[in-house]
Design a binder for this molecule. Structure first.
Ligand code: ASP
Length: 596
């Protein structure tokens, strides 16, 4: 028998018992006359003890021969610990060893396997099996497992069935590049890995399999960022005979269940906001509503006073940072301005107005970068409009509306961060609805689907979509929704088009010729001719949902074997070349063009 208990289990109630534990040696402390070993498994850490008085010289010798990460089986008596450790649940006891068996030796690991490791990202990814031995990584994976299990429990409880869809398919455009797989049996032809099971789940609705879900891998060949991985997991869902309302209620239910069952938190009903309102109030389609600092449009009071930057702008818009007039020195504001001027944000400048907290300040009521252009009383109108009080700091940006809103969104988030307004442990969900259906791209002179090509317009916009002119088309609203949590999009979906004519029209607007549409989506258009029910669905990003629920930003930490920024698996060293024979079998010839 390898163990009677695990390393996280023993408590004072076990004192006096003979026990056997198995695990990995985390640390050894040798004081000469006595020595301690921290033994770890995935349940916790337990301290083992030997000393000259009670232990045989052979046993002492054996303990001294141990190295970090040796695998051992330890037998002994549970005793009360003299210097207790209240940081771990087993900290009140230790094991006085009577026997120790070395089950396997270990090379010295390349980084410390403790909560705070000294290993860099790449090194830890290469030795992921060692990294996963660390408790924070384990806890994240265990958390993810709980979320997945609770998702299955909840969805099956409300009548959903889990159906697998294929991984070897043909391209479905979702806005990213496909990963492709050559077909040996069909020379010159390729499968694509699914960017999502979108068309399959819609086909399942046509097939009458109402209430489908799947926890499924999706593949997108995009440039990577901290919150992106080339393969990631979705909780993918679809329902038939539903309106948007039904879907929002169903998945609000799922989200509440996950928070309750996994984190023990009750969530109130989720507010909703239209895309337009989100853009106007926060400059973002995924606003973090844990804090206010909402946008305030100032064109009417800012323009016409001779300040040409504002006068020539399509939009003048500001935010008010409560109580920050004193905390931001001129140097801080200068740094912040430079931060806003980086190419990633691209602001031309940053106008600021400090509302002095001392009304008798010799500088007057306000200090501002635009006091040359605006009198005290005029600055007061800015303050009044923004609801600023003495001690507050106002920022104003101006320029082309869409760009300016995006820039101010970055500033709002940065201020939120600096002011500690994004409280960990606080969760503020939000449904964002009524996204634009189509986005016009000036450069390629064509429309793109904002969500994907299967998304239906709002019912009242369907007519306009069939016959509207360019301007009307630009303003069509989609029956699409995103679930946003603390400023992160954790899910998104839509009511789908289920009518062949409307779907054909949409493909046409998106620049598909009838032949291309038929070639790529003939199966779906065909299915729509055999009684397609009204349907809609949603997909949650499981990796991201887990990260947000645990108050973390990187989805990598919730994936057992993630890829690095170059899309490489550092442990198995993939991707990799193929040998000649394999290439031949696949009818492939590889020529690598030199990188320009
Ligand atoms: N397939 C969509 C996506 O991956 C989600 C959906 O519309 O259900 O974003």
């Amino acid at each position: 028998m390898y163990r009677t208990h695990n390393c996280g289990e023993l408590r004072p109630s076990h004192i006096g018992q003979q026990v056997t534990l198995s695990g990995w040696v985390q640390t050894i402390r040798d004081k000469g006359f006595m020595a301690w070993v921290d033994l770890r498994d995935r349940y916790g850490v337990t301290q083992l003890l030997v000393n000259e008085e009670k232990s045989s010289p052979e046993l002492l010798e054996k303990v001294r021969s141990l190295g970090r990460e040796f695998v051992v089986k330890a037998t002994g008596e549970v005793i009360e610990r003299i210097s207790k450790n209240d940081k771990i649940p087993t900290g009140d006891i230790e094991i006085m060893l009577t026997d120790l068996e070395i089950l396997n030796a270990s090379k010295t690991p390349p980084f410390t396997i403790e909560d705070e490791s000294d290993g860099g990202d790449e090194l830890r990814m290469k030795y992921r099996y060692l990294d996963i031995r660390r408790s924070p990584v384990q806890q994240n994976l265990i958390f993810r497992s709980q979320v997945a299990i609770e998702t299955r429990k909840h969805l099956s409880g409300v009548g959903f069935i889990e159906i697998e869809t294929p991984n070897l398919i043909k391209s479905t455009p979702e806005g990213a590049r496909d990963f492709v797989v050559p077909s040996r049996m069909n020379p010159g032809q390729f499968y694509a890995l699914p960017q999502s099971p979108q068309t399959f789940k819609q086909i399942l609705m046509v097939a009458g399999m109402d209430k489908y879900f799947q926890i499924v891998k999706c593949f997108r060949d995009e440039d990577l960022r901290a919150d992106r991985q080339p393969e990631f997991t979705q909780i993918d869902c679809e329902m038939a005979f539903v309106t948007r309302e039904d879907i929002l209620n169903t998945f609000e239910g799922l989200t509440k269940h996950l928070f309750k069952s996994v984190l023990g938190l009750e969530m109130a009903d989720f507010p909703r906001m239209s895309y337009d309102e989100a853009m106007t109030r926060y400059g973002s389609d995924k606003p973090d509503i844990r804090f206010g600092m909402e946008f305030c449009e100032l064109n009417d009071i800012a323009q016409g006073h001779g300040f040409s930057v504002f006068d020539s702008a399509e939009l003048v818009v500001g935010i008010c940072a409560e109580g920050q007039a004193e905390s931001f020195s001129n140097k801080d504001i200068k740094d912040l301005t430079e931060w806003m001027q980086r190419p990633q944000i691209g602001a031309k400048g940053l106008v600021w107005i400090k509302y002095n907290s001392d009304p008798n300040d010799e500088m007057g009521r306000f200090r501002s970068s635009v006091s040359k252009f605006y009198s005290e009383d005029q600055l007061q109108t800015f303050a009044d409009k923004m609801g600023a009080k003495p001690g507050d700091l106002m920022f104003v940006l101006s320029g082309e509306a869409e760009k300016t809103r995006k820039q101010l969104n970055e500033l709002r988030l940065e201020m939120g961060r600096r002011m500690g307004l994004m409280k960990p442990g606080e969760f503020k969900p939000l449904w964002v609805v009524n996204f634009p259906l189509l986005e016009w791209d000036e450069e390629s002179q064509r429309f793109f689907a904002m969500h994907h090509p299967f998304t239906a317009p709002l019912p009242e916009d369907a007519e306009k979509m069939m016959s509207g002119d360019h301007e009307t088309l630009k303003n069509l609203r989609a029956n699409a929704y995103d679930l946003v949590l603390n400023g992160v999009e954790i899910g998104g979906g839509s009511i789908r088009i289920h009518d062949r004519a409307l779907q054909e029209k949409n493909f046409q607007l998106l620049g598909f010729t009838p032949e291309q549409a038929e070639n790529q989506f003939g199966f779906l258009l065909g299915a729509f001719e055999y009684g397609a029910p009204p349907h809609g669905g949603i997909a949650f990003g499981l990796d991201r949902l887990c990260a947000v629920m645990r108050g973390q930003t990187s989805i990598r930490d919730f994936i057992a074997f993630p890829k690095n920024n170059m899309g490489r698996d550092m442990m198995i060293d993939a991707p990799d070349g193929l040998d000649e024979a394999q290439l031949k079998e696949l009818n492939l010839k590889v020529e690598i063009a030199a990188k320009s």
